[in-house]
Design a protein around this ligand. Structure first.
Ligand SMILES: Cc1cc2nc3c(=O)[nH]c(=O)nc-3n(C[C@H](O)[C@H](O)[C@H](O)COP(=O)(O)OP(=O)(O)OC[C@H]3O[C@@H](n4cnc5c(N)ncnc54)[C@H](O)[C@@H]3O)c2cc1C
Length: 355
């Protein structure tokens, strides 16, 4: 195992900001992960598991611990013989490769998650979701290293504590497990998921013919590209960490008060069911726009995406400080206008997340 020192982290993230990691390890297997964690303990510092850096905000001061880059990749497809197939993927595999393999094999379950940047290992961490699908519905189980006991553990989907942008890996057991492999269970020949408005509209405009899984995945990539949500070097609007703010879940009876503060009728507030009649999910994008923030609004070299107010983008050479200033302006502005304190979605490294 090679332990590198003072490695700039900006180039390992899609936002492209932040300082250096004091130590950095490219870990290509369990032994290297454990060796890096032991090295961190010996130095009396923390460790951080890094995937594709697409949900990450690194401070300008960097990180004083050991960054462990989860590098081990690999994909295998197994027909289970009962109408279902499994894809087994190493943590360092690019997530979109899993989607591509699934649609090539005519397997449904993750076609609407096409084009989400990042790694397999991070896919369960915040339970990635888009266009009406969440990865938790297609995860069978995962393998991880328990960094406390140094044992390999298999964790079933039902034990992962999945919720909206949530799992035990980013909440109660944060930092404890290094996920090394994920098994996805997919339906062979299943119909594509076409419930989400943008996707439905895309096909309605093209004659309403039932699309294949591959066509849905391609459509999702196209829709994402239009919104700057498909990472590309030449699209500055995609130099982000994706949605910077989570959609807040509030008590249903709080919507009238929120609407009064926002100066509109309760029926104008977009609301989505949560499965609990007493609680509704609101649109963070609507709250931000209602609070006076517009697409493309810039503060220094940080800006809201010109295509989507939910994403904060690096317009070139931004510092983490500039990203944080814009984030705080949005958080405070939305709270002042609507009474709701939004929650940051990306993980903060090298500084505390906002209060
Ligand atoms: C343009 C763009 C669009 C996006 N669109 C979406 C979207 O539609 N839906 C969505 O849900 N997200 C979206 N995201 C966010 C991001 O792509 C996902 O959160 C992704 O899963 C992050 O993967 P990563 O490998 O880059 O993780 P990183 O950013 O490297 O890490 C994120 C977290 O996961 C932890 N982690 C990483 N690997 C492991 C591992 N092997 N074991 C344990 N913990 C680990 C890290 O420690 C960190 O806490 C978008 C981001 C961008 C830039």
């Amino acid at each position: 195992m090679t332990i590198l020192e003072n490695i700039s982290l900006a180039k390992y993230t899609t936002l492209g900001v932040g300082g250096a990691a004091r130590w950095f390890v490219e870990a290509d297997g369990d032994e290297e992960i454990l060796a890096a964690v032991r090295f961190a303990r010996a130095q009396g510092v923390g460790h951080f598991l890094l995937g594709g850096g697409s949900n990450l905000l690194v401070s300008d001061e960097g990180y004083s611990g050991v960054v462990i880059h989860m590098a081990k990749s690999g994909l295998a497809w197994v027909d289970e013989g009962d109408g279902f197939a499994c894809i087994l993927a190493g943590a360092g595999t690019e997530w979109d490769q899993v989607v591509q393999l699934a649609v090539e094999k005519n397997c449904s379950g993750i076609e609407c998650l096409a084009g989400i940047p990042g790694s397999v290992g991070a896919s369960p961490v915040q339970n990635i979701g888009a266009y009406g699908q969440e990865v938790s519905h297609s995860i069978l189980n995962l393998r991880a290293l328990d960094l406390e006991t140094e044992k390999v553990v298999d964790i079933s989907a039902s034990e992962c504590g999945f919720g909206y942008r949530r799992s035990l890996f980013n909440s109660t057991q944060k930092g404890r497990y290094a996920i090394t492999r994920v098994v996805y269970s997919l339906k062979i020949g299943g119909a594509p998921w076409l419930e989400y408005r943008d996707v439905k509209q895309y096909f309605a405009e093209r004659g309403g013919v039932q699309p294949s899984l591959a066509e849905v995945a391609a459509a999702v990539r196209e829709i994402r590209a239009r919104k700057g949500m498909l990472y590309a070097e030449d699209d500055q609007d995609s130099h982000s960490a994706g949605s910077f703010f989570k959609n807040p879940v509030v008590r249903a009876d709080a919507v009238a008060g929120l609407a009064a503060l926002a100066g509109c009728g309760a029926e104008e507030v977009p609301q989505y069911p949560t499965g609990d009649a007493a609680r509704v999910k609101l649109s963070a994008a609507w709250l931000i726009e209602r609070s006076g923030f517009t697409k493309g609004l810039a503060m220094g070299r940080a800006a809201l995406s010109s295509k989507h107010v939910l994403a904060i983008v690096n317009r070139g050479g931004a510092t983490a400080g500039e990203i944080v200033d814009l984030r705080d302006a949005v958080l405070d502005g939305v709270q002042a206008r609507t009474g709701i304190r939004l929650e940051q979605e990306p993980v903060s490294l090298g500084f505390a997340p906002p209060s």
